[in-house]
Design a protein around this ligand. Structure first.
Ligand code: HEC
Ligand code: HEC
Ligand code: HEC
Ligand code: HEC
Ligand code: HEC
Ligand code: HEC
Ligand code: HEC
Ligand code: HEC
Length: 451
């Protein structure tokens, strides 16, 4: 700790920095812990645990340096606590440093390991859409497997099923956000590019969930997870532009204008208005605020299901919408009046109702066409079905989520404006097919158009 401090003092003297600047610099001594190894050993790690750190400081310095900066390193939680497994674990292997010893490790670390010390967070997480449900489309759903391996993976062009080029759309895309089932080879190491994975990753130890998606390794920082960037790696893009929506909202405006002055590191359940002036994703969806406690169950404060083709009030495995509505209103009440919040909630209900109206009418047209045999088997070659997909999955989600989180441009121009345009084109296709009792010859849809 001393050496960097001396460096800071020296720099200040040489550069005649003002007092404020030197204070800011003094903070920088904390990340510079290159010589902190002594401190660590003094903190009473077992000999074995200290050996992991010492060797890995040379072999994988990036990992070790990041870990040293973490709160957990300060509480003597080391590589040993998270990576060592029983010899009979399905994931057990040995790294170079352990050959000939009776210690076994795994590069995979599931939520089960974290649950040993953070049982409450893991339990709440397990009830959320981030756990089991996130893995369903990629792991269990045949329709989405056809999408990944047949359509996107060029199976339809004869790309060999199960080859790396066939698996890549899953491995580089869906898996990194949703997660996948990790498959192991004979040496208990992951195969078929099924690891690493996103939030709902299913591990060979039977656990579901990768906690490090919001607290990235090896810092595992609570401050990081409170920032919108923690969610933005997955919640973005044409089909769920949550970060874009947030940055467009007044809340995002304050974050961009003042976020670097906010207090990000307060202790759990003490992070409150004052530490920040406008909410981030975490404030509305997870963090303790006012009377609400922190929860790792992200569906707890939601009323509507805004991601599926038709929006309904949440129930069953998707949460409890009536309760969610109350809790979300409680979040707003910390900073807004009841009048203000009531209006916003009415606007959201109205957006859901309007969107559902479009969806239901489109569904009726689709059902007419189906009855008459006027839909192609391959929906990706059928203009009506492609437009229908964009209407709910892209524009319709943007309209609903843009409204829910107060981004007028997403609610309108990227949202309802496009919903109505697609709908009108679908009407034309429906009318043409019904009148001529045939499907038009060429699709007028440019699949990756500005939808
Ligand atoms: C608090 C728990 C925790 C601690 C402490 C920890 N790790 Fe990890 N480590 C993880 C998690 C979580 C992952 C990601 C695993 C996954 O995706 O399944 C990981 C991944 C890894 C990987 C494989 C991924 C890669 O980027 O290559 C290595 C190697 C690794 N850790 C080494 C270490 C070393 C060395 C230390 C000690 C200096 C350490 N870890 C400390 C939890 C931990
Ligand atoms: C004498 C050096 C040494 C010691 C001691 C050591 N390791 Fe390693 N470890 C390595 C090397 C080298 C690698 C390989 C890095 C690579 O794949 O390039 C490695 C790899 C790993 C990996 C990743 C394995 C994989 O398949 O991706 C983990 C996790 C790990 N070590 C954890 C530990 C833990 C936990 C301890 C202490 C119980 C430990 N190591 C002790 C040198 C060591
Ligand atoms: C052996 C026990 C143990 C394990 C295993 C463990 N933790 Fe921790 N963790 C702790 C302790 C103790 C603290 C409190 C450190 C402090 O505040 O001084 C902590 C703190 C944290 C924090 C708060 C950090 C901050 O910035 O304030 C996060 C986030 C966290 N752990 C995540 C994880 C994740 C994710 C895993 C699994 C990959 C994990 N922990 C595994 C014991 C553990
Ligand atoms: C969707 C993102 C996300 C995931 C996934 C996630 N966390 Fe967190 N975590 C957060 C946020 C946000 C906070 C800060 C809450 C607050 O403001 O106090 C937090 C806080 C924590 C803390 C500090 C104590 C507390 O409860 O506030 C621990 C420990 C922790 N998480 C562990 C875990 C573990 C273990 C897992 C996996 C089971 C996990 N996290 C998965 C976002 C996440
Ligand atoms: C690694 C990717 C990833 C990260 C990071 C992530 N999410 Fe998610 N999130 C998902 C996926 C995938 C789903 C859809 C799950 C499903 O299939 O139901 C989802 C769903 C949700 C939902 C709906 C939950 C439900 O139960 O229906 C909310 C709310 C949410 N995320 C909020 C957040 C917040 C807030 C953060 C940051 C603190 C965050 N997410 C970080 C991938 C991620
Ligand atoms: C950039 C990260 C990301 C990628 C890549 C991704 N998704 Fe998602 N997915 C999400 C998020 C985030 C949600 C939650 C959306 C919401 O709440 O509106 C979601 C929602 C879903 C849903 C609705 C929730 C459910 O469980 O029914 C399905 C189905 C789905 N994704 C399937 C897939 C498939 C299949 C792929 C790959 C072909 C894929 N996703 C690629 C992030 C991603
Ligand atoms: C001001 C509070 C607030 C902020 C900030 C906020 N959200 Fe939301 N979010 C909401 C509300 C309100 C809803 C709709 C809830 C309902 O149905 O009652 C919502 C809905 C969602 C959904 C849709 C879940 C579904 O049903 O498909 C996701 C995903 C989501 N938010 C993620 C995020 C992410 C990621 C961020 C940050 C980039 C964020 N939110 C920022 C309040 C907020
Ligand atoms: C931590 C405090 C905080 C929380 C919590 C919060 N907001 Fe805000 N909100 C603000 C601030 C500050 C502004 C910017 C006011 C301005 O434009 O002058 C704002 C602006 C808005 C605006 C833009 C219109 C306007 O009044 O300028 C809407 C809409 C909004 N919030 C709705 C909500 C809703 C609904 C919730 C709960 C889901 C919520 N907010 C939660 C602080 C908060």
């Amino acid at each position: 700790m001393r050496q960097p401090f001396r460096k800071v003092v020296l720099m200040c003297m040489v550069l005649f920095f003002s007092l404020t600047v030197s204070m800011a610099m003094a903070e920088l001594q904390y990340p510079k812990l290159g010589d902190k190894k002594d401190l660590i050993v003094k903190r009473g790690y077992s000999k074995e645990a200290a050996e992991c750190v010492e060797c890995h400081a040379k072999k994988t310095p990036g990992i070790t340096e990041a870990w040293k900066l973490s709160r957990m390193a300060h509480a003597s939680i080391s590589c040993y606590d998270c990576h060592v497994v029983e010899k009979n674990s399905p994931m057990a292997s040995q790294c170079e440093g352990q050959k000939g010893t009776s210690t076994f490790i795994s590069p995979m670390v599931s939520s089960k390991t974290c649950a040993r010390c953070h049982p409450q967070e893991a339990e709440q997480f397990g009830k959320s859409g981030h756990a089991y449900l996130a893995g369903v489309p990629v792991i269990e759903n045949k329709k989405f497997q056809a999408l990944m391996y047949q359509h996107e993976g060029a199976g339809f062009m004869g790309n060999v099923k199960g080859s790396p080029s066939n698996r890549v759309t899953r491995a580089a895309g869906c898996q990194m956000c949703h997660g996948t089932q990790v498959e192991l080879g004979p040496d208990n190491k992951p195969i078929n590019e099924t690891w690493p994975g996103g939030v709902g990753t299913r591990y060979p130890d039977g656990a579901i969930g990768n906690c490090s998606v919001c607290h990235t390794r090896h810092l595992f920082s609570v401050a990081e997870s409170r920032k919108p960037e923690a969610c933005a790696s997955c919640h973005l893009g044409p089909d769920h532009p949550n970060i874009e929506i947030y940055l467009e909202s007044k809340h995002g405006q304050q974050y961009l204008a003042h976020g670097d002055e906010w207090q990000w590191g307060s202790a759990p359940d003490t992070w409150q208005p004052g530490d920040y002036t406008a909410p981030t994703c975490a404030v509305c969806h997870m963090s303790g605020i006012g009377e609400l406690s922190t929860s790792h169950n992200v569906n707890e404060r939601l009323k509507w299901d805004l991601m599926h083709p038709r929006s309904v009030i949440r129930g069953g495995e998707r949460g409890d919408g009536e309760k969610g509505d109350k809790m979300m209103r409680q979040v707003c009440a910390n900073c807004h009046s009841k009048t203000h919040t009531d209006i916003q909630r009415t606007v959201l209900d109205g957006a859901v109702e309007l969107y559902n109206m479009y969806y239901d009418k489109a569904a009726q047209m689709k059902s007419d066409l189906k009855t008459k045999g006027l839909l192609k088997d391959d929906p990706w070659k059928d203009a009506f079905q492609e437009l229908n997909y964009y209407m709910w999955h892209h524009c319709g989600r943007r309209a609903r989520q843009g409204t829910a989180m107060f981004a007028p441009d997403y609610a309108h121009w990227h949202g309802f404006f496009q919903v109505f345009q697609l709908y009108k084109d679908m009407e034309d296709l429906h009318e043409y097919r019904m009148k001529h009792n045939k499907i038009e010859e060429l699709s007028p849809v440019m699949s990756t158009g500005p939808l």
